[in-house]
Design a protein. Sequence first.
Length: 204
Amino acid sequence: MAGLLALVAPLSPLLVRWAGTKAVVGTGLLAVAGGLWQLSAADVSATYGDVLPGMLLLGLGAGLVVPASLDSLMGTLPQGDTGVGSATNGVSVQLGGALGVAVIGSLLTTRYQDRMGPPLAPYRLPQGVSDTVLGSLGGALGLAGRVGGTAGRMLAELARSAFVSGMGLGLSVGAVVAAGGAVLAFAALPSRPRHRRPADSSGD
C-alpha cells in the first residue's frame, strides 16, 4: 500500500492538470471507499492475497487524494498565509485520523463484545476472566491457549469470528464515509486549482 502511494502521489498533480481537482480527488476517495469495502468482506479464513486488492486501492486512493486536495487548499491562500494554511491542514488530518480511529474502534469493540457475550454468558466466567476475554482479541486468544483442548479451540474460533465481524462493520462504515466524501468532492471542489492570490501589501 505504501509503495503504491509513493508511486501515485507524484503523478497526482499531473492528473490534476489533465482532469481537474474535482475528478482526481473524487476518484481517489472512491478508490479508498472501494478498498475499505473490499477489506470489510474478509472473513477469518482470508489470506494476504484476499485482502491485497483492498490494500492497493487504499494506496491508490490516498496517493491521488492527498497531493491534489492539499494543492487545492493551498492554492486559495495568499502567499503570506501558506504557513497557517499548512498548519490548519495538518490539524485537520490529525483530527480526522483520531476521530476515525475512535469511531471505527468503537464499532469494532462493540460488535466484538456483542458477539462474544451471549455465547459465554451460560458459563458464568469470573469477572476478571470475562474482562480479559471481552476486552481484546489478544486476551481471548491468550486465555484460549492456556485452556487448550476443545474448549480453548472453540473460544479462539469465537473470538476470531467476533473480531473479524467487528472489523467488517468498522471498515464498512469507513467505506460509506469515504464515498460520501467523494460525493462532496465532485459537488463542491473546483474543477481546477485556483491560482494563489498575492499577499495583501496595502497595510490595511
